[in-house]
Ligand binder design. Structure first.
Ligand SMILES: Cc1cc2nc3c(=O)[nH]c(=O)nc-3n(C[C@H](O)[C@H](O)[C@H](O)COP(=O)(O)OP(=O)(O)OC[C@H]3O[C@@H](n4cnc5c(N)ncnc54)[C@H](O)[C@@H]3O)c2cc1C
Length: 471
């Protein structure tokens, strides 16, 4: 039985299922037995698989529920914070080599410094998918698309494998080490790792369905911000930042207020627009649906459907109130709604905002982050940002679940509290965490150790050899 429940600002479908079904036990086919299995092919997963497969004698597999690699690299977002608050580059190694490959085919910009986001790097989503796939082929990573990891096989508190679902049915993949890069900590959660979601009230940063507009007169937008900053306001970013190069607008609060006074129900208080690689291209980051939990399909569905309706209002706002959009058209909608926050694991160390603000250094550093705390309010509207004076270390222990072994968790679901993940979630940091996890898995197998007991010094040495920045 399902019932519709109306809450103040949205309606959700709650499945009231007072019956259960006992699934008969059955024998499952084993599809593969590998050394390292990476689950999820987003920014962290790509780096994890590539780093693990550096040793050609290891059998590395990457499974992905969609039909391409990239995760949120494919929804029209710039990569933020390759540069840290002091302007120096804090993410190097494999993530930088990935950008270099994109640049070689005209599919990435330079890292442009930014007063709000530390830096932005514009990429072409389609080329990102292709490059990621080529990297997997280069290192002979076995990639399997269209499989969803639905469960974990755990024996004596050690993850031994996963269960996957696909058109071929339910199957098993066994692995010596599994790296969970699902964004939602799906493997860890199923394996019984303690996970958290959201702030103290369970409030999650709202998701966004990104979309692209073409036919934008970007120069007109640039001129308005540079020449009339009192009218076309920007958060923290000086007008000069918009004179040349790629940019993100975060502001135009005046324009949104005007639109709202005229009755347009714009769902955000800031106009967030991202230039693309093409001259007339802008990606719009302005739909926002509060209360969405990506781990509940009915909730995620509600989010997708609501955001699609919001696009109409946002587009009307842009055309009427933002210079340069008068004749712009919606060209492409991202393939899925991007999730800012869901589950994070409780690892051997839980990173906090204080660690970031205090630029804390750790002896087991495996990556460095530079992005500020950037919390989009769970109830919608605005955002809280806490800026940093310097970059911060990420310790190896944020990848390692507290109790379950055989598993590392990299990307936005690594061990962070709500405030910390609001900074470490950017793709540069997720890629660095992925590279560290893949490297650790490789070093652990090579030295006959479990990932929880690997020599972190050896992992650091390997990362540095590969050009990573560890402070
Ligand atoms: C709207 C929005 C705006 C953002 N803006 C920026 C920005 O401007 N710049 C920036 O750097 N960052 C930004 N971020 C943050 C960033 O995009 C994410 O935090 C980051 O991509 C997380 O990387 P990840 O590898 O952990 O996960 P993801 O990118 O989410 O990748 C996870 C992958 O795992 C796959 N997967 C998931 N579950 C399973 C499963 N059970 N089985 C198999 N496969 C599975 C998914 O299909 C996906 O490919 C933004 C995020 C959102 C949502």
């Amino acid at each position: 039985m399902s019932i519709l429940v109306s809450l103040s600002d949205y309606t959700i479908i709650v499945i009231m299922n007072n019956k259960t079904y006992i699934e008969p036990s059955r024998e499952l086919g084993v599809r593969a037995e590998v050394d390292v299995l990476v689950v999820g092919g987003g920014p962290s997963g790509i780096m994890a698989a590539y780093a693990a497969a550096k040793d050609p004698s290891l059998k590395v597999m990457l499974i992905e529920s969609r039909g391409y690699l990239g995760g949120n690299l494919t929804i029209g977002l710039p990569i933020l914070a390759f540069l840290g608050p002091k302007g120096n580059q804090v993410v190097k190694g494999e993530p930088q080599k990935f950008i270099d490959r994109l640049k070689a085919r005209g599919a990435a910009s330079d890292h442009k410094p930014c007063k709000l986001h530390t830096s932005l790097t514009i990429i072409n989503s389609e080329e990102a998918k292709t490059v990621a796939q080529e990297m997997m082929e280069e290192r002979k990573v076995e990639v399997l698309y269209y499989v969803f990891c639905s469960d974990a096989i755990v024996e004596n508190d050690t993850v031994k494998g996963v269960i996957i679902e696909s058109k071929a049915g339910r199957e098993v993949i066994f692995a010596k080490t599994i790296i969970d890069c699902t964004g939602d900590a799906d493997v860890a959660f199923r394996a019984g790792v303690e996970c958290h979601k959201g702030d103290e009230d369970g409030g999650l940063q709202p998701p966004t369905l990104m979309y692209q507009m073409r036919g934008v007169n970007v120069q007109a937008l640039r001129d308005a911000i540079v020449n009339h900053p009192e009218e076309y306001d920007m958060d923290r970013m000086p007008p000069e930042q918009f004179k040349e190069g790629k940019f993100i607008t975060v502001g135009l609060r005046n324009q949104i207020r005007k639109a709202q006074q005229e009755g347009l129900d714009v769902p955000v208080s800031r106009t967030i627009l991202i230039t693309g690689l093409e001259e007339d291209e802008i990606w719009v980051n302005m739909t926002r649906v509060s209360g969405v939990d990506s781990t509940r399909p009915e909730s995620y569905t509600f989010g997708e459907m609501t955001a699609r309706k919001q696009m109409k209002v946002v587009t009307e706002y842009l055309r009427k109130f933002v210079p340069g959009f008068e004749n712009a058209r919606v060209e492409t909608v991202a393939p899925f709604m991007g999730i800012r926050e869901s589950r994070v694991i409780v690892g051997k160390y839980v990173m906090t905002a204080q660690d970031m603000i205090g630029s804390k250094r750790f002896s087991d550093v495996i990556a460095v982050g530079g992005y500020p705390v950037d919390i989009h309010h769970a109830k919608g509207g605005d955002c809280t940002m806490v800026f940093l004076n310097d970059s911060y270390d990420l310790p190896y222990r944020v990848l390692v679940p507290e109790k379950i072994s055989g598993l590392l968790v990299a990307g936005r679901c690594s061990s962070m509290n709500h405030e910390a993940m609001a900074g470490t979630r950017v793709m540069s940091t997720c890629m660095a965490l992925g590279e560290a996890a893949g490297t650790a898995a490789r070093v652990a197998i090579e030295s006959g150790k479990a990932v929880a007991d690997v020599s972190v010094e050896k992992v650091q040495k390997e990362l540095l050899l590969n050009g990573a920045y560890l402070g």
